[in-house]
Design a protein around this ligand. Structure first.
Ligand SMILES: [Zn+2]
Length: 374
């Protein structure tokens, strides 16, 4: 006898379901983001870390201090320091001669000097090996540390100093960033309920991800998205967000159930927009009017500074979770200006946890990355 087992009936969730566990977690995250007193932290390249990369050099102690300037002039001409330009060549009676690996194949530094700058063969009393900073200091704090080892040349960069100050964003800016991150959580909540997803605490902290793309010049939310990798392995939230931005520019390859007839609002589903607007009455939604290359090349186009940009040029992306390599590269290609994320992604995060893609100098576009919402 066969027994028919009825499939479990999924309990429909509603926005009013206050007991829902996931709802509560999202509420807590939003509350914590709202009440946070911390400034956001930039994710900077490893060059900003405190440990000093060192290189071994030969230093010559000069016999007669009167010979110092002549000696340095000759050394600069015959044995330039090239990659070590940030180092001052002289410290009292000591002169940096060259990195120790320069003398490979020779018996001593004396022989190397005799071969390369014969005029200086009797200039030095003795030689020693020293560790000196390999790279230039980036900020004042590093400059102080580097100088304890060897005197360096340094020109402070006002912007970098502000970045590392721990006080980068003014309170009004911080409130805006927090609001957009809250919206990312609201987008997740809406999708979880809208798609009737079964979620638990782990999902909120490890799996769910939403993106909010903001045009900071108009302070307007241009597009949002919710991770859909279960249905399509490419549809991570950042990838979908970029596609949704493209929809505001007559593009986009992934279909959406309800493309908004108003193109500038086509980066956000209409139903979701109706959910978000009353919750964030002071937030603007929609992209600037898109002008295509054809329009720009037409005779009638006069050029309007309010016209929208190419893909995400100048835009900010707010992500619940640190993006993976694929998403991070897509955000590079899309020319995003800044990325803000809430949770580290220890599994495959490409902007802090596993690598710092935005600090690779050979890439042709670089965005800034901030975290520390919670
Ligand atoms: Zn991804």
């Amino acid at each position: 006898m066969s027994v028919e087992i009825e499939p479990p009936v999924k309990k429909a969730k509603t926005f009013a379901n206050e007991d829902d566990y996931c709802n509560k977690i999202i509420d807590k995250c939003i509350e914590d983001i709202k009440n946070s007193q911390k400034n956001l932290e930039p994710v900077l390249s490893d060059d900003f870390q405190k440990s000093i990369p060192l290189i071994k050099v030969f230093v010559g102690i000069i016999k007669d201090p009167k010979d110092l300037s002549r000696t340095v002039l000759m050394l600069n001409e015959k044995i330039p320091l090239k990659e070590l330009q940030h180092l001052k060549r002289i410290r009292k009676k000591e002169v940096i001669l060259c990195p120790t690996n320069f003398i490979i194949g020779m018996s001593s530094i004396q022989q190397y000097i005799e071969c390369n700058v014969e005029e200086l063969k009797d200039t030095f009393q003795y030689f020693k090996e020293l560790d000196v900073p390999l790279s230039p200091p980036k900020v004042k704090q590093q400059f102080k540390e580097w100088n304890k080892i060897w005197s360096c040349n340094f020109h402070p960069n006002v912007y970098l100093e502000k970045l590392v100050s721990g006080n980068f964003f003014a309170p009004t800016e911080l409130n805006l960033h927090r609001t957009y991150m809250e919206i990312a959580f609201e987008v997740s909540r809406w999708y979880i309920l809208h798609l009737n997803l079964n979620t638990n605490e782990d999902d909120v902290f490890r799996n769910i991800n939403s993106a909010v793309i903001v045009d900071p010049t108009t302070q307007s939310v241009v597009a949002v998205s919710f991770d859909n990798r279960d249905a399509n392995p490419l549809q991570h939230s950042s990838m979908l967000a970029i596609d949704n931005v493209a929809k505001t520019q007559n593009g986009g390859v992934w279909s959406t159930e309800d493309i908004n007839p108003d193109r500038t609002l086509s980066g956000i589903s209409e139903e979701l927009l109706n959910y978000l607007k009353p919750r964030y009455p002071s937030v603007r939604f929609g992209a600037r009017k898109f002008i295509s290359k054809c329009d720009i090349s037409s005779d009638e186009y006069n050029g309007n500074p309010s016209d929208g940009p190419y893909l995400c040029t100048g835009y900010y992306a707010y992500l619940i979770r640190e993006p993976c390599v694929m998403c991070s590269m897509a955000l590079v290609h899309a020319r995003v200006k800044r990325i803000f994320f809430c949770f580290d992604n220890m599994f495959d995060g490409a902007l802090k946890s596993k690598s710092k893609l935005h600090t690779i100098s050979s890439l042709n576009h670089h965005f800034e990355v901030f975290t520390g919402f919670l």
